[in-house]
Design a protein around this ligand. Structure first.
Ligand code: GLY
Ligand code: MN
Ligand code: MN
Length: 478
């Protein structure tokens, strides 16, 4: 849990910078099908950042004129107590949260009008469309959750991003907790892996591990022997001899902070020689990215440095031809490493991503138009307090390697016959994909690898795989 004194510091910093009152919403219930059957609550991350936890439908009003914070919560009714259990009263909530006032959210519109007294109100759109509608009506601003230019006034985005991107120790401590939960669960999945185990049993092992600590997946679990499908959310496969299993996951803990880590290992617990060679290239690229995650480094240059390591390795394997510099300049590496090196991490696995490239790239920096590098999610100069992921990979993707235009463009520097050999490996199922992802805190003393304890060296991974109970113990029903 985030300590209250830290939340008070963050609210003070916010109040000192905002030019007008700001109304932040936690968000409400989003129905799965009928209204009384909603998805589990997950409060908006800006709200969590300042309050540490949230009740459904809560809102917080920050008034820079007198430095007060008013928390609006649902009235405590007998019906709610009946169906949902008793909750602390407003007085107790004021003491617990350290706000100046707690009032009924049912009277939000009239109270905000009274407090603002004609001043403009700023707000941030949230994922819950009904709450965003309410924010639009109160502020008169055409807020739109899916549009980075309209999710919040630009000045407010900049203030929120600046605070959230530069993490203070209690926030990093929460990420460390999320990493520890993830570590245990990933280790259990590694130990439970062996040929014959079904992917969804391993997903059960993983997510049970999160639940044991009151956590949940921060994003949909990627666990697949088809690791070349970058965001593969299908778990219908069965591990077989010759398969590589890719697990990209992260626990989100009670405070909302997340981990995001990827490990790849052989189903049998022993890398074949070709698998090991490719794995070691990805590992070198990962280590290059991690070591270079220092203050002042522009993220795009780090991405390109990792890409050169991959290009060099693929030249050594006879898959690419030419100098690594030229290959990366032309974008040939992206046929095998087609995504960006990483992103910000924090309360969201892709932190601040809803604010778009103005925040993620910085003023005046635009996306590359080149295939692969165009998917780079961030391009800021790294600053102390930022937490980023470093997640290079090598994938053998039929849709890319057999793409007529890409094959023609790179005919001189890609050995497509050799690539075909890799696509035919594993009794035609293909080589698959390898990604190794770590979470790194930028400090003035150098990078701090928050996920360092989660094994990634070849011998460490091999020692762990298959050493525990096989997947979930649940019997197969059909
Ligand atoms: N889970 C997607 C990613 O690693 O960014
Ligand atoms: Mn990931
Ligand atoms: Mn990631």
């Amino acid at each position: 849990m985030i300590p209250l004194d830290h939340l008070l510091v963050r609210r003070r910093q916010f109040l000192d910078r905002i030019p007008a009152p700001v109304l932040l919403f936690a968000g409400g219930a989003r129905p799965r099908n009928y209204p009384d059957n909603p998805y589990p609550d997950r409060a908006d991350s800006h709200f969590l950042f300042f309050f540490g936890a949230a009740e459904r439908d809560a809102a917080g009003l920050f008034d820079p004129a007198d430095g007060t914070v008013t928390l609006f919560l649902s009235e405590r009714t007998v019906e709610n107590a009946l169906w949902m259990g008793p909750v602390p009263g407003f007085g107790e909530m004021r003491d617990r949260t350290g706000v100046d006032r707690v009032e009924a959210v049912e009277r939000l519109e009239e109270r905000v009008e009274e407090i603002a007294g004609g001043r403009p109100i700023h707000s941030v759109a949230v994922a819950d469309p009904q709450v965003t509608d309410r924010a639009r009506r109160i502020t008169g601003i055409p807020l739109e959750f899916r549009d980075p230019d309209r999710i919040a006034p630009i000045e407010l985005q900049d203030i929120l991003a600046d605070l959230r991107l530069h993490k203070l120790e209690p926030e990093v401590e929460e990420i460390r907790r999320a990493v520890a939960v993830t570590h245990d669960a990933v280790a259990a999945v590694m130990a439970g892996s062996r040929p014959g185990v079904r992917e969804h049993h391993l997903v059960a092992t993983l997510e049970e591990g999160f639940a044991r600590h009151g956590g949940c997946p921060a994003f949909e679990t990627i666990l697949s022997v088809r690791g070349e499908i970058l965001h593969n959310h299908h778990h219908e496969g069965t591990l077989a001899e010759g398969d590589l299993l890719l697990l990209d996951t992260g626990a989100e803990i009670e405070s909302g902070y997340a981990c995001d880590v990827t490990r790849t290992w052989p189903a049998t617990g022993r890398f074949g020689p070709e698998q090991r060679a490719v794995y070691e290239i990805v590992l070198r690229a990962n280590e290059t990215g991690v070591a270079g995650a220092t203050v002042g480094t522009r993220f795009r240059y780090l991405h390109l440095a990792a890409a050169r390591v991959i290009a060099e390795g693929l030249v050594d394997l006879g898959i690419l031809r030419g100098s690594p510099e030229d290959l990366v300049e032309r974008g040939a590496h992206a046929l095998f490493f087609p995504h960006g090196l990483g992103h910000f991490l924090g309360l969201d696995a892709h932190d601040l991503e809803s604010f778009g490239d103005r925040v993620l790239y910085g003023e005046g920096r635009a996306r590359s138009e080149q295939f692969g590098t165009a998917f780079l999610r961030i391009d800021r100069d790294l600053e102390p307090g930022m937490v980023v992921t470093i997640e290079p990979g090598i994938y053998f993707v039929p849709a890319i390697l057999r793409h007529p235009e890409l094959s023609a463009r790179f005919a001189d520097c890609v050995d497509f016959d050799r690539a075909e050999e890799l696509l035919s490996r594993n009794e035609g199922r293909g080589f698959g994909g390898i990604r190794i992802e770590d979470d790194v805190r930028i400090t003035s003393d150098g990078p701090e690898v928050l996920t360092a304890a989660i094994p990634k060296g070849v011998e460490n991974v091999e020692a762990l795989v298959g050493g525990g109970p096989a997947g979930s113990a649940a019997p197969e029903r059909s």
